[in-house]
Design a protein around this ligand. Structure first.
Ligand code: NAI
Length: 341
């Protein structure tokens, strides 16, 4: 498998690339960045695992060879390129800069390796995935089953925070809780009431603690931004989460994940998948939504419906709130591409 990381020299890109270098399924790891890609590649290439590592860095703004070389023949393209948040910023504040970066990178993916699975990490994910879809549609190469907004960090956080509250090993909560919706503030909806094996413990959580848990999953990113005090947002936990999802996609190429009982969520274009148009209609016309996805050959085969996972009226209410927030972000992303040349 050839995996390309765009934004590979960044805070997320470097540790994510290192984790990918350790995966035996990766035969070629191509690192693209506008700075230091060759340095990071040289460094990682000394690790004694099979993946061949190449670094690709444009020599000028006009140089298109570096990106084409990085993407040529790629099976999976992971995109953590762009600016992160500083204290006081929301993910939406990143739109002006990151929208352009994602638009141009995805256009290159569409032209160079249109069959690759594309994993978007760059924020605001709620809008950048809509940008990616519109760019690919314009190029006539949109494969909705292969476009993923990476929302795994929300799930990783939910497993960690809930595990701490109910005295379960967070790893053991994999598949027993879910996070759906989008990837910012109250568009993030943790669902913790559907699995009978943890029901008794979850039922005992006091209301105030439950509200704190939901808030922490929705705004956990702010804790990191504040603690880093201007030096960026989550990078190491995000690299872990980004790797967890990329590994899931890699395994699906080996046909293992198609039988997976545990499905991580990703933010996908619903109408492109069987049953998705009905779900989008039931969500008030929202076409992009994060749901647990089952994969095969790097493609979404099917997804879990929110109705199978929502356990309380409160959770249902959170979904309604998420839908309202998503409508605006999705429209912003789509309009950005339609309004640009
Ligand atoms: P960073 O600033 O440390 O790294 C970004 C990298 O992207 C830099 O190396 C930069 O040179 C590179 N870059 C900029 N323009 C580029 C272009 N046109 N082509 C290729 N590379 C380019 O930022 P960090 O902390 O790694 O965050 C990256 C993105 O990930 C941000 O947008 C951040 O908001 C987002 N993020 C997403 C999360 C999620 O859950 N989906 C969680 C945390 C961050």
């Amino acid at each position: 498998m050839k995996v390309t990381v765009c934004g590979a020299a960044g805070g997320i890109g470097q540790p994510l690339s290192m984790l990918l270098k350790l995966n035996p399924q990766v035969s070629h790891l191509a690192l693209f960045d506008i700075v230091n890609a060759r340095g990071v590649a040289a460094d990682l290439s000394h690790i004694n695992t099979p993946a061949q590592v190449t670094g690709h860095q444009p020599s000028s703004k006009e140089d298109k060879t570096a990106i084409s070389e990085a993407l040529k023949g790629s099976d999976i393209v992971v995109i953590p390129a762009g600016v992160p948040r500083k204290p006081g910023m929301t993910r939406a504040d990143l739109f002006n800069i990151n929208a352009l970066i994602v638009r141009d990178l995805v256009a290159n993916v569409g032209k160079t390796c249109p069959n690759a699975a594309i994993l978007i990490i760059s924020n605001p994910v709620n809008a950048t995935v809509a940008i990616a879809a519109s760019v690919l549609k314009k190029l006539g190469v949109f494969k909705p089953r292969k476009l993923f907004g990476v929302t795994t960090l929300d799930l990783v956080r939910a497993e960690t925070f809930l595990g701490g509250m109910i005295g379960e090993v967070p790893e053991q909560l994999k598949g027993k809780i879910s996070v759906i919706g989008g990837h910012s503030g109250d568009t993030i909806v943790p669902l913790i009431h559907f699995d009978s094996s943890i029901a008794a413990k979850v039922k005992n959580i006091a209301d105030a603690d439950y509200n704190d848990f939901v808030h922490r999953v929705q705004f956990g990113g702010d804790e990191v931004v504040k603690a880093k005090n201007g030096a960026g947002s989550a990078t190491l936990s995000m690299a872990f989460a980004g790797y967890r999802f990329t590994e899931y996609v890699l395994e699906s190429y080996a046909n293992k994940a198609s039988q997976a009982k545990i499905a991580d969520s990703a933010y996908i274009y619903l109408p492109g998948i069987e049953g998705g148009s009905e779900l989008a209609a039931s969500l008030g016309g929202v076409n992009f939504f994060s749901v647990p996805v089952f994969l095969k050959d790097g493609e979404v085969q099917s997804f879990k419906r929110p109705n199978e996972l929502i356990g309380t009226d409160k959770e249902k209410k959170f979904v309604h709130i998420a839908v309202e927030g998503l409508k605006k972000s999705i429209a912003q992303g789509t309009n950005f591409v339609e309004g640009s040349k």
